[in-house]
Structure formats: C-alpha cells, structure tokens
Design a binder for this molecule. Structure first.
Ligand code: ZN
Ligand code: FE
Length: 257
C-alpha cells in the first residue's frame, strides 16, 4: 500500500497470478478499480476498507481482466477503450488515446498500448505517479503478442518508457520470476538485473508481490525497453540491427524460452 498525493493504492491478487488495483481518494471517498479479474477478492478488499466503487477502468478484453466486472459494477462508471467496445462489457465512457478523464480526483491520460491485443489501453495518472499497464509493459516483461505486431508493441513500449522515471508501473500479472530467468539469459552481466533478480526472489519467498515496479528499474533491466540501446544490441550480437528487429528477436526468443 502506497500513499501518493492523497490517493491510496492497493494491490489485489486475483486468480492464479493476476493483479487488480484499487485507488481511493480519502477526501471524496471515491474508489476506482483497475481491471476486474475476479470479484470475490476485490469485494473482500472493498468490504474490509468500507469502500464503494465509483469507477471501474478496463485495460483490455481478456477474460482474466473483465470476468469479475458484472458482479462488482453496482453504480460504478465503467471506462474502457472505444476501439474494443465490441468485445468489452458495456461501457459508460469509451476512450481513445489522448483522452483525459478524471478518476478519484486524478487527471488520467489514456494511451493506446496495442500489441498484446489491439485496443489495449493504459491509464496514466501523472499527479499520483501511477501507470496501469496490465499486459503491455509488465515487471521485467511485456505481454505476449496475441494480436499486434512486434512493431506495434515496440511503439507501445516507447510511449510508456517516456513517462517520468519515478512512475509506478502497475502491471497485470506476477510473472516477474519467469521474466527474470529469461532476462538473465540475454543480459547476464547487467548489475541492475542481477540485483533485481535477488530482490525478486526474496520478495516471492516472503509471499510479497513484485508489482508495482518503478519505471526507472524497468528501463535499466527490462529487455523489452532496451531494444534501442547499443550496449544491449551488442550483448545480443546484433550491433547493426534496427531497434524493431532487436525487439522482434527478443520477443520471439521469449516465446520459445
Ligand atoms: Zn491479457
Ligand atoms: Fe492477462
């Protein structure tokens, strides 16, 4: 649990390895949910805190991000991508890249981060310093390319990478240890990665989530954010390859890892 600019952030583990997020504005009592993998653990967290949902933000249409929605909806305002309306639960507000909405008193900017799916969006709250990325940028990883091209995902990675360094990346799954094994296979000498893996092992051994993570740490360690760095191209043996070719290669290696 973190307090930033009077908005409280709560990470809610759901299903096998999903994360939902609650944010709460103590001044107004507003509470927003980001993604709804499964209603019971989210409802239990709301009940324990005496909170009622005013907003539900959906990142993409996959069942493990929306299946709990109808049981939680109540009077909450449901917000999701216009591009994905045809396969999302009913939306009260349909948004596009570049839109700005207010959620829990926070200006919330919409980014299209297609790649995992077409129409996947991220929600950035600059004052609180949160970005909700679900299955686009993940802790030490990025989502598998079910619908988009590597070039689309690389473009999405660059958008997210340009946010302020201290942004907390609130991503959708606890995949960090598996991602770490892959990242280490590519970049075994990276001291930031070596340290991060030790910290990840310790957190998981203690039963703690490794999400959210800071964008600073992702930029230093996440292979999918590093496809344009000469030192990373060199360790991959691709010094003259284009950025998107390096990204494509890394994503393909992970799919067969
Ligand atoms: Zn997904
Ligand atoms: Fe997912």
């Amino acid at each position: 649990m973190t307090k930033t600019n009077a908005v409280e952030l709560v990470v809610v583990p759901c299903l096998q390895d999903n994360y939902a997020f609650l944010i709460h504005d103590a001044t107004t009592g507003d509470t927003a949910l980001i993604d709804a993998p499964d209603a019971p653990p989210i409802q239990a967290e709301l009940d324990a805190r005496g909170w009622t949902l005013t907003d539900i933000l959906i990142t993409h249409h996959h069942w493990d991000h929306v299946d709990g929605l109808e049981a939680l909806r109540g009077d909450a305002r449901v917000i999701g991508a216009k591009a994905d309306m045809h396969r999302l639960p009913n939306l009260d507000i349909a948004v596009d890249e570049g839109d700005m909405i207010e959620v829990c008193g926070q200006r919330t900017h919409i980014f299209d981060v297609s790649g995992h799916t077409i129409g996947h969006i991220a929600f950035h709250m600059p004052e609180a310093g949160f970005v909700f990325t679900a299955d686009s940028l993940m802790a030490l990883g990025c989502g598998r390319l079910f619908e988009g091209t590597p070039a689309q995902m690389w473009d999405s990675m660059q958008k997210l990478r340009s946010l302020p360094e201290d942004t907390l990346v609130c991503s959708g799954h606890e995949y960090t240890m598996a991602n770490a094994r892959f990242a280490a296979s590519l970049d075994p000498e990276n001291p930031d990665l070596i340290l991060r893996i030790k910290e990840t092992e310790a957190a998981r051994a203690a039963g703690q989530p490794t999400v959210p993570s800071t964008l600073t740490l992702e930029k230093r360690t996440n292979p999918y954010l590093r496809a344009d760095l000469p030192e990373f191209k060199a360790v991959l043996g691709m010094p003259n390859a284009s950025d998107v070719d390096v990204f494509t290669h890394v994503r393909a290696l992970k799919d067969n890892f």
